[in-house]
Design a protein. Structure first.
Length: 107
């Protein structure tokens, strides 16, 4: 099963195990990782699961689809080229060790 490390805005890191095919958002929420709200439950309508993909992982994670890209326009924290919505990142063995940085706010 793949693992993902969430780096909080204060530098604190939490590494948790994800279910294969689970989103990075669900993984965070099921493991009590603070900083991801996921208000819409992964429906791609709220942008409260914004993360910054570590540069070393950008190619493997890939770019945001059009719908996600539009939702990223409304994130509370600064949008960056490596911004993604964690509800749209599906965990697989290929993403084992993924590093996601959390913004300082979701609202």
């Amino acid at each position: 099963m793949p693992s993902v490390t969430y780096i909080h805005s204060d530098g604190r890191a939490e590494t948790v195990t994800a279910g294969d095919g689970d989103s990075a958002m669900i993984t965070a929420m099921q493991n009590g990782v603070d900083g991801i709200v996921g208000e819409c439950g992964g429906g791609l309508v709220c942008a409260t699961c914004h993360v910054y993909v570590d540069d070393a992982w950008m190619e493997k994670v890939g770019a945001a689809a059009t719908d996600e890209d539009e939702m990223l326009e409304g994130v509370a924290a600064e949008r960056s080229p490596n911004s993604r919505l964690s509800c749209q990142i599906k965990m697989t063995d290929a993403l084992d060790g993924l590093v996601l940085r959390l913004p300082d706010r979701q609202f």
